[in-house]
Design a protein around this ligand. Structure first.
Ligand SMILES: CC(C)(COP(=O)(O)OP(=O)(O)OC[C@H]1O[C@@H](n2cnc3c(N)ncnc32)[C@H](O)[C@@H]1OP(=O)(O)O)[C@@H](O)C(=O)NCCC(=O)NCCS
Length: 347
């Protein structure tokens, strides 16, 4: 039977080899590029010891559960949470109970065990272990050009027809609107964003603590992607932010609204940030903007700003261990704040 314990520095090569076997060469290379940043430099990991559990059989590594420690505000209390991320079991050892032992070991050590954007096998295992199923996190798309509605699996003639028919609607949705407050591009999050988090955190029944240290780690020093950051300002104070980037997808150019924070009870604030993103997306020649949002207030403002809700594949499970919560806590997620920036979804 395998033994489970914490990651040690000399496990690196064994873990990399297993990662290549389970996820393939490209994913393994991408993981290698992120590894130091993702596991050692996380500010919620002050000892710099990666929060990774390893399954060993003698000298062989047959599984791992690699996680991202985060502080989570849950109904006004701070809990030591953990995103489960790169979980894997050697192909010849799968479906023999090892995954379950890894999931349970992780769960025993953390105040809240959280999973986002799961593979089919891990989602089924979470279900089998009866983790509360909270997701998926709703996905929203705002079309900016007639190319936004193209589908690669449709014939050219159908794509042209759909583009022509929907163009008037796209033109109305995508029209430029004035900004109601000042928005400024920033390079780093200063301490005022920690204060902003302190001011707003009680508005969310569930949200990862978005203090300056976390935000700078996640969105300024990530080695694999470059983000733009816009700060929303009122009376010389930072009262919100949006993190975004532009990329090419097979269906066209997309602007991803990766993360944001503003007062959900201040529609003018968040909609100003959205109007800023509209301009940036248009300047980058994007065909559409995509965002994920769980909070009902933010969802409402997204819809009013021309976003349409589309099918989401971002499954979300959460299990709170550190404090007592009733089962209906997991059902009423209207005041939970989750975005594409949570866990390691944007990679
Ligand atoms: C997810 C994973 C770690 C589970 O490890 P495991 O040792 O196979 O899991 P266990 O044997 O403890 O549990 C098996 C249960 O997991 C689920 N499961 C695992 N593999 C599955 C698969 N290929 N298809 C469907 N369900 C699967 C089922 O609920 C299964 O229960 P069952 O055997 O009674 O049907 C392993 O399948 C794996 O490495 N998958 C590939 C990598 C991956 O997808 N990682 C997740 C990234 S989010």
């Amino acid at each position: 039977m395998a033994e489970i314990d914490r990651y040690r520095p000399d496990d690196k090569r064994g873990v990399e080899a297993l990662y290549r076997r389970v996820f393939g060469h490209d994913a393994a290379e991408a993981s290698r590029l992120r590894w130091e940043w993702q596991y050692r430099r996380n500010p919620n990991n002050p000892g710099h010891e990666p929060e990774i559990w390893i399954a060993r059989e003698g000298p062989a590594i047959v599984g791992q559960y690699a996680t991202m420690p985060v502080k989570v505000a849950i109904r006004g209390q701070q809990v030591q949470g953990s995103w489960g991320m790169d979980v894997m079991v050697a192909p010849e050892r799968q479906r023999q109970g090892l995954g379950e032992v890894l999931f349970r070991t992780w769960d025993r050590h953390v105040g809240a065990s959280l999973g986002l954007g799961l593979s089919d096998s891990s989602y089924r295992l979470f279900q089998k272990l009866r983790w509360p199923d909270v997701g998926p996190v709703p996905c929203f798309v705002k079309p900016l050009t007639r190319r936004a509605l193209r589908r690669p699996n449709w014939p050219v003639a159908i794509n042209r027809l759909v583009s022509a028919l929907t163009l008037p609607v796209v033109k109305i949705v995508a029209r430029t609107r004035p900004l109601a407050a000042e928005v400024r591009l920033i390079q780093r999050f200063d301490d005022s964003f920690t204060q902003l988090w302190e001011d707003l955190s009680t508005k969310f029944n569930f949200a990862v603590r978005r203090d300056a240290a976390y935000l700078n780690w996640k969105y300024v020093s990530a080695p694999h992607v470059r983000y733009s950051i816009a700060a929303l300002r009122r009376d010389d104070h930072n009262v919100g932010y949006a993190v975004y980037r532009h990329l090419h997808e097979p269906r066209g150019r997309v602007t991803l609204l990766v993360d944001f924070l503003a007062d959900p009870d201040d529609p003018a604030g968040f909609s100003t940030l959205l109007r800023w993103i509209d301009r940036e997306a248009r300047q980058a020649d994007s065909d559409k903007i995509r965002a994920f949002a769980m909070h009902a207030g933010f969802r409402r403002i997204l819809k009013r700003s021309g976003y349409f809700q589309v099918k989401s594949t971002m499954e979300f499970v959460a299990k709170v261990n550190a404090i007592e919560v009733e089962p209906d806590f997991y059902q009423d997620t209207d005041t939970w704040h989750l975005t594409l920036g949570d866990s390691d979804q944007d990679r």
